[in-house]
Design a protein around this ligand. Structure first.
Ligand code: SF4
Length: 250
């Protein structure tokens, strides 16, 4: 196990601020690097692997210490195991996040079976790397995947990748998240909903109003309502902003 090393940014305990698991306490395991470059990204500099990973000693107390990258799986597993032993039951699951954690799909094939013995595994992903997801499906408990809209992300259109990804992810508990702003166009939401409905209209969709750099919400209330009204082909469509930001959580 000690040879399984990963480039990590941080591992800490906090409250999930996004998606259907909002409000739950999780262990966040953040991988370095991403295959996209969204203009609203809140983890800038993710393309470079930091020299050190920040590990939290006590869950939620922000008493971080540094461990040189890459970090051995054994180090992370031992830390989380110490938390689950000393604070049993406080964590709902491990959020495997980034950046884009599926850039390390081969490594996760070895890490996830070990971590899954400690807590359920929730994957947060940009939903563009279906080939990397496929072998991990047996090790995952739930998946939160993004659909990246060209207007709000500045990314190219990724419909084919998202569709292939969602078809695979639907083998597990999955929801879709779309960051929306004032510039979001009707056709983008309509195309997203048609794609989700073609897989399963029961898959929950979260419309997440974009958070500006100054902490304000980048879409007005009427436009938010208009976008939600475009989603009538789906059974469960919620509007949830990034709650961790206004709670002062990581
Ligand atoms: S997919 Fe996520 S981590 Fe990657 S650039 Fe976009 S917002 Fe940032």
């Amino acid at each position: 196990m000690s040879n399984l090393q990963a480039p990590l940014v941080e591992c800490f305990s906090s409250i999930q601020g996004e998606g259907v698991l909002v409000g739950l306490r999780q262990v966040f395991l953040r991988f370095s690097g991403c295959n996209l470059n969204c203009k609203f990204c809140d983890t800038p500099g993710m393309s470079a692997v930091p020299d050190d990973c920040l590990l939290e000693l006590t869950p939620g107390r922000r008493d971080f210490f540094k461990v040189p990258n890459p970090v051995p799986l054994e180090r992370v597993a031992t830390l989380i195991e110490s938390w689950t032993a000393a604070w049993p039951g406080i964590h709902h699951s491990i959020s495997v996040t980034g950046g884009e954690p599926l850039l390390f799909g081969t490594l996760l094939e070895e890490w996830l079976p070990v971590l899954k013995k400690l807590l359920p595994i929730y994957l947060e992903t940009n939903g563009t790397l279906p080939e990397a997801l496929a072998p991990l499906i047996p090790h995952l408990d739930s998946i939160g995947m993004d659909i990246k809209l060209p207007s709000s992300t500045g990314c190219p259109e990724l419909w084919d990748q998202h569709h292939a990804f969602l078809e695979l992810a639907a083998m597990k508990e999955v929801f879709v998240k779309i960051v929306v702003g004032q510039e979001t166009e009707d056709w983008e939401i309509q195309r997203s909903c048609a794609m989700i409905a073609s897989v399963d209209p029961g898959i929950p969709l979260i419309l997440q109003p974009v958070t500006r750099d100054d902490g304000s919400i980048g879409i007005d209330s009427l436009r938010t309502l208009e976008l939600q009204e475009l989603c009538s082909s789906l059974r469960e469509v919620r509007v949830i902003p990034q709650t961790h930001k206004f709670m002062g959580q990581l």
